[in-house]
Structures are given as C-alpha cells and as structure tokens.
Write a protein that binds this ligand. Sequence first.
Ligand SMILES: [Zn+2]
Ligand SMILES: [Zn+2]
Length: 163
Amino acid sequence: MTEAGKTEPMACRRCNEALNEFRAELADGAFTGEIQYVHVFEDAHDHAPEPRPAAEVPEEDLVFHCDFCSSTAVKWCYWADPIKIAVLDDEDRVREGSGFSIDWAACQRCADLIVLKAIDRLADRAVSCQGLPADMREPQIDLYIEFFATRKPGRRRIKRRRT
Ligand SMILES: [Zn+2]
Ligand SMILES: [Zn+2]
C-alpha cells in the first residue's frame, strides 16, 4: 500500500453526502497524486459530486452510509487501515487502482455483528440489504477480514439529529 498520507474527509456541497475517496495508482502501486471523490451510489444522484471539506458542515447534517449494509441510519464510526479496493468496469478490467477507507461508519445492527466478529452474517446482510449478486459475498468477506485485521480499538458515536 502506498503511504500517501491521510487526507481531509470531503462531503458533497449539493447533497451533504460524505464522499468516498479513490486514489489513482500506477500499475506498480505508486500513488499518482490524483484523488477522485465519488458519491456512494452515483446512480442515485442527478448531479456530479461537488467536494468540499466535510468539516465545513455540522456532522449531524452530513449523510453517511453504513459501510457494511449501506443504511443511512448510521450510529458508530470505527477506524481501520486503508484497504485497497479494485473497482472493475463492465469488462472486469480494473477501473480504479485503489480505494481508501480509514473511517468506517456502521448502523446499530451491523455494530452488533461487529462486536460478535460475525463476518459471515455481515456479508449476508450486505448482500441482502444492497441487493448484491450472490457472487459478491466472497469479496465482501475478504473486505471484512481486512477490516477486522487492521481495526483500531474503540469506536466513536456519529452525531445525528434527533427526529
Ligand atoms: Zn451530492
Ligand atoms: Zn449497517
């Protein structure tokens, strides 16, 4: 993994969604210096992301997705090392060299499974809640094994507005 330093979290100026960060990499894994910010579900938006520092917005106004099941009812933030994610295009070619996730948001139900280290049940939940094809279960399991292997102790409550 390229050690390119931690960047500031970004949110979309138009919809307040916390944006995912992709770092373009060369074939040898070197960071190109190019960072791209994307919505979690690009298809769900009628606009391109307009990144601005998330710190400019009160946390309770930001929209987060659970990094496990995609629920927006997030409650906890966990910390893990950056994890490399290959994003494939329709022909299964690597489109993005690397994804970067340091802060992991989780809803209460996924947090209950994190306490149990129930990787199988987290993967089942991700597949059913996000309507993923069955062959996405294995990559989810690999991702969660990485998460648990590099997870830092503790968690933080994400500020939410009372409704
Ligand atoms: Zn947006
Ligand atoms: Zn969840």
